[in-house]
Design a protein around this ligand. Structure first.
Ligand SMILES: Cc1cc2nc3c(=O)[nH]c(=O)nc-3n(C[C@H](O)[C@H](O)[C@H](O)COP(=O)(O)OP(=O)(O)OC[C@H]3O[C@@H](n4cnc5c(N)ncnc54)[C@H](O)[C@@H]3O)c2cc1C
Length: 459
């Protein structure tokens, strides 16, 4: 039996003498799925997270998605809201949360089985990220995890055998954490204007100079997936040329690397940073894919990232709405529950409908992503263009629905909505992130205006 399930994850479990226990072991699910051709259904009572009542309608999801939701929810239930409240105050990294998900193989959810991953799709990874935020962990929990899922997508597809062998297992096991280094202070959303330069040396290595900003988890990461210019903008025909992708070590003992934490509104348990490179040396084999093709390569991960962020926003919205509905049932003012007032009930019902609509858009986009090939494979039924429109639209609508639900949750709580103990203020602070990152609302509207409505390009 154990031999049959001797995938990477279970081998890990056996090495430590730990029995993979249903439903925590993803590998056990995978084994059962392979044998029975369907995923096991799990009793709803096994899923226990902080919100008293789970609101999302789950009809129509696949057995795999529901199994992922239940199993991840179980792990998250070991990290109650008090854990996240405390870390939000102390700004202490949730490393034991990251380790718990890594221990059961969840960081490799969307990586190929050949690399030690679970070989599931972005639809399943989106469900995982939703389960994390919905548990009460919020964006802090998601941000501690998500770069390990999306930033590894281009690496898995374009990395050399050596890069994959040396890097991916350590990321999946949780030994190495990953951060994603794209945004720069002087380029902003105009990514193609980024100026961090990786200059090739005679021995094939590179020296990196420049500045990145808003890099999540840089303080705790061992690796950075870095986008940098290898040919100056002035010497390329199109700005999308001359950018290269690297998977680099963040070696704080090496000269030329410095970083500084940014104080921020929410998600304070995870660090966000300015990262400074000054002739920081990286070896030739840190290059991922072909030199000069970095932008094309990174696009591969960007639509996946939008789906994950949409899922995270949904989870946050449902958590806040569940809490608001509970408070509206319990809180009595003017001798009746406040939820009896339509002024309280209708905005919450409206928030639910918007979240459900955003849910449909999100999982539709993730399904298209999973069904599509690369540009080269060009599977005409699901084109990259339709995936781009669906993923951007989903991220937009989910972020808006989450913001609406979180705001209504704070207002439903009255004064207590402002108290840390009730969590809704924490989620409200965090729900701005999916509206801003990884691409802003305005840029999504620009994109839809141009690509769908055929309006003149405005950026
Ligand atoms: C919490 C957090 C975590 C992050 N983590 C990471 C990370 O790990 N790695 C990483 O690389 N980046 C990260 N980011 C950066 C994030 O992706 C960027 O902040 C985001 O892409 C917006 O870029 P900007 O801040 O430079 O905004 P700017 O480009 O300066 O834009 C400012 C405003 O102007 C608007 N605007 C700009 N141009 C136009 C236009 N043509 N039309 C209409 N409106 C326009 C924008 O929509 C926005 O509202 C993170 C950001 C946050 C807040």
């Amino acid at each position: 039996m154990r031999c049959i399930i001797a995938g990477q994850l279970v081998c890990h479990g056996l090495r430590t003498g730990r029995q993979p226990s249903l439903p925590q072991s993803l590998s056990m699910y995978a084994m059962l799925a392979r044998r029975t051709r369907r995923w096991p259904s799990v009793s709803p009572r096994l899923f226990s997270t902080s919100p008293a009542r789970r609101l999302m309608e789950t009809t129509g999801f696949t057995d795999t998605q529901l199994a992922v939701r239940d199993a991840v929810g179980q792990i998250c239930s070991r990290f109650p809201n008090t854990y996240w409240q405390e870390r939000d105050q102390t700004e202490e990294d949730p490393k034991d949360f990251h380790a718990a998900l890594a221990a059961d193989g969840w960081l490799g959810i969307a990586l190929p089985e050949a690399l030690g991953g679970a070989g599931l799709g972005i639809s399943d990874a989106t469900m995982m990220m939703q389960a994390i935020t919905e548990s009460g962990a919020g964006m802090a929990g998601a941000q501690a995890i998500h770069a390990n899922v999306y930033a590894t997508q281009p690496l898995a597809r374009f990395g050399t055998d050596e890069q994959l062998r040396d890097t991916v297992p350590n990321i999946i096991s949780g030994k190495w954490r990953v951060c994603f280094g794209v945004t720069e202070p002087n380029a902003g959303l105009d990514t193609l204007r980024l100026s961090t330069a990786a200059v090739k040396q005679p021995d094939g290595s590179y020296k990196v100079s420049g500045q990145k900003i808003w890099i999540t988890c840089a303080q705790v990461a061992a690796k950075m997936i870095l986008l940098a210019r290898t040919t100056p903008l002035a010497r390329v025909q199109k700005p999308s040329e001359g950018l290269s992708l690297f998977c680099i070590d963040l070696d704080r003992d090496q000269p030329g690397l410095d970083m500084r934490k940014i104080r921020k509104l929410g998600g304070r348990a995870v660090d966000a940073n300015e990262v400074f490179f000054d002739n920081y040396e990286i070896p030739a084999d840190s290059l991922v894919g072909e030199e000069g093709q970095g932008f094309r390569i990174i696009l591969h991960g960007m639509n996946a990232e939008r789906c994950l962020l949409a899922g995270e926003a949904l989870g946050l919205g449902y958590a806040a709405l569940g809490r608001a509905a509970q408070y509206a049932r319990d809180r009595v003012v003017f001798q009746r529950p406040i939820g009896q007032n339509q002024g309280i009930a209708h905005p919450l019902a409206d928030a639910y409908i918007k979240l459900e609509a955003a849910k449909l858009a999100t999982y539709h986009a993730a399904r298209l992503y999973d069904q599509s090939g690369t540009e080269e494979e060009d599977r005409a039924s699901v084109t990259q263009a339709s995936v781009g429109v669906a993923c951007n639209s989903a991220k937009y609508i989910a972020a808006e629905a989450a913001f609406n639900a979180c705001e209504k949750a704070v207002l439903t709580h009255g004064g207590m909505g402002y108290a840390a103990e009730y969590d809704v203020e924490r989620w409200f602070r965090e729900c701005l992130v999916p509206r801003i990152a990884p691409v802003s609302r305005e840029m999504i509207l620009n994109y839809i205006g141009e690509k769908v409505l055929d309006l003149p390009r405005s950026y």
